[in-house]
Write a protein that binds this ligand. Structure first.
Ligand code: NAP
Ligand code: MG
Length: 403
C-alpha cells in the first residue's frame, strides 16, 4: 500500500511519563505504517525543557505560528516535588500556559461519545464543547482581607497620574474581604474571534453567556464586544453555514444546557469555563475521553488530550506491569491535526485518514473492546478490558479495513 503523503509539517510536541509511552506506541501502530509522516519535532519532555531553559517550549509555539497545526503530548507542570524528582534548575512554567500566551489562544474541550456510555444527563445526545476564556477575571485578581472598620474605594489613575474615577465599594464597620479584577478588550476580542472561527470550523451553533444584567460594565463589555464582532465579521458566514450565535444570561444558559440535546459550542468566561468544563466532562463520562484544541485568533490550531501524564499508571509501567491507559484522547489529538492539516493543504487523503482513525477507534469501543477506565461506565453490554497495546492493535485491525 502506498503511504499517504503530506506537504507541510505538523508541529509534534512530545511529552512526559505514561503519555510519552503511549505517544510512541500510537505512532508506531497507527500512523507510521500508513502516513509518510512529516513533522517538526520538539521534545517538551521535562528533561529537555530543563536543558534548554524552557526555550524549547517557546520554539515549539513559534513553530505552530509558522505551520498552523500542532499536536501535543501531555507534559508535567513542575511543582516542588518534580523539581526534586528531576533535579530541575527551576520550577518551569506550565508548557500549556506558555503556548497559550504565545498563540493568544482559546481552549476548546469536547468529549468523545459512544453509544454504550450514557451521559449522566439523559437528554444529551451530542457533545457539548466548552470554550474557556483563559485570561483575567478572578485568576488575575488582587485581594485584600479587611480586618477593621474603614472605606474601600475603586480608583483609576491615568498615565499622567490624574485621578479619572473614584467610587466607593463599601464602608466596612468590621472585618470582611475585598477583590479587584480586570480584563482587557484586546483579550476579549481574541476570545470572541477564536469562538466564532471554531464554531464555523465545526459547523455548530455558538452560545455565549455572562451576567450582564448585574455586571453592567464588566460583563456588559464581554456581551457588547461579542455582538460587535459577530455583526462585523461573522454574521454572513454563520448564515451561510446555517448556524446561529446565541447570547443569554449565564443562569438561563445553565438551564438550557441541561435540557438540550448538546451539539453546540458554549463560550464561557474564565471562571464559568473552569467550573463548567469539569461538570460537562464528568457528566459525559471520563477525563480520558476529553479532547482539547487551542485555537488562536489568526487561525492556528494545537491539538491535545485534556488529561495529564497519568503518573500513577507510569509508575506501574516502570515496575514492569502492563497498563491499560486509555489512548483515545491522544488518538483524537493526532486525528484532529491530520484533518486540519489536510484541510489547510487541500490533501483529501490525509483528511480522510484522520477521519478513519477516529472511526476505527470508535468502532473498537462499539465492539466492546476498551481500556479499564471505561469498563465500569458501559451499559447494556459486557465489555472486554484490554491493555493499551492490545487496544491499539484492535484499532489498527479496524483501521486497515477502512483504508
Ligand atoms: P492525570 O494525568 O490526568 O491523571 C489523573 C487520573 O485520571 C489518573 O490517575 C487516572 O485515574 C485518570 N486518567 C487520566 N487520563 C487517563 C487515561 N488516558 N486513561 C486512564 N485513566 C486516566 O492528572 P494528574 O495525575 O493530576 O497529573 C499528572 C501530571 O500531568 C502532572 O504532572 C500534571 O502537571 C500533568 N498535567 C498535564 C496536563 C497537560 O499537559 N495538558 C494536564 C493536566 C495535568 P486512575 O489512577 O484512577 O486510573
Ligand atoms: Mg476546573
Amino acid at each position: 500500500m502506498q503511504k499517504i503523503a503530506m506537504t507541510t509539517p505538523i508541529v509534534e510536541m512530545d511529552g512526559d511519563e505514561m503519555t510519552r509511552v503511549i505517544w510512541k506506541m500510537l505512532k508506531d501502530e497507527l500512523i507510521l505504517p500508513f502516513v509518510e509522516l512529516k513533522t517538526e519535532y520538539y521534545d517538551l519532555g521535562l528533561k529537555v525543557r530543563d536543558e534548554t531553559d524552557d526555550r524549547i517550549t517557546t520554539d515549539a509555539s513559534n513553530a505552530i505560528k509558522k505551520y498552523g497545526v500542532g499536536v501535543k503530548c501531555a507534559t508535567i507542570t513542575p511543582n516542588a516535588a518534580r523539581v526534586k524528582e528531576y533535579d530541575l534548575k527551576q520550577m518551569w512554567k506550565s508548557p500549556n500556559g506558555t503556548i497559550r500566551s504565545i498563540l493568544d489562544g482559546t481552549v476548546f474541550r469536547t468529549p468523545i461519545l459512544i453509544d454504550s456510555i450514557k451521559p449522566a444527563v439523559r437528554t444529551w445526545k451530542k457533545p457539548i464543547t466548552i470554550a474557556r476564556h483563559a485570561y483575567g477575571d478572578v485568576y488575575r485578581a488582587v485581594e485584600y482581607r479587611v480586618e477593621q472598620p474603614g472605606k474601600a474605594e475603586l480608583v483609576f489613575t491615568d498615565k499622567g497620574g490624574n485621578e479619572i474615577s473614584r467610587q466607593c465599594i463599601y464602608e466596612f464597620d468590621g472585618a470582611g474581604v475585598l477583590q479587584g479584577m480586570h480584563n482587557r478588550d484586546a483579550s476579549i476580542r481574541s476570545f470572541a474571534h477564536a469562538c466564532f472561527q471554531y464554531a464555523l470550523s465545526v459547523k455548530q451553533d455558538l452560545w455565549f453567556s455572562t451576567k450582564d444584567t448585574i455586571s453592567k460594565q464588566y460583563d456588559q463589555t464581554f456581551k457588547l464586544l461579542f455582538e460587535e464582532i459577530y455583526e462585523q465579521a461573522y454574521r454572513a458566514a454563520f448564515e451561510k453555514a446555517g448556524i446561529t450565535y446565541f447570547y443569554t444570561l449565564i443562569d438561563d444558559a445553565v438551564a438550557r444546557v441541561i435540557r438540550s440535546e448538546g451539539g453546540f459550542v458554549w463560550a464561557c468566561k474564565n471562571y464559568d469555563g473552569d467550573v463548567m468544563s469539569d461538570m460537562v466532562s464528568t457528566a459525559f463520562g471520563s477525563l480520558a475521553m476529553m479532547t482539547s484544541v487551542l485555537v488562536s485568533p489568526d487561525g492556528n490550531y494545537e491539538y491535545e488530550a485534556a488529561h495529564g501524564t497519568v503518573t500513577r499508571h507510569y509508575y506501574k509501567y516502570l515496575a514492569g506491569e502492563e497498563t491499560s491507559t486509555n489512548p483515545m484522547a491522544t488518538l483524537f489529538a493526532w486525528s484532529g491535526a491530520f484533518k486540519k492539516r489536510g484541510e489547510m493543504d487541500g490533501l483529501a487523503d490525509l483528511q480522510r485518514f484522520g477521519e478513519s482513525m477516529e472511526k476505527a477507534a470508535l468502532q473498537t469501543l462499539q465492539d466492546g473492546v476498551m481500556t479499564k477506565d471505561l469498563v465500569g461506565l458501559v451499559e447494556g453490554e459486557t465489555p472486554k478490558a484490554v491493555s493499551t497495546a492490545d487496544f491499539l492493535k484492535a484499532v489498527r485491525e479496524r483501521l486497515e479495513r477502512l483504508l
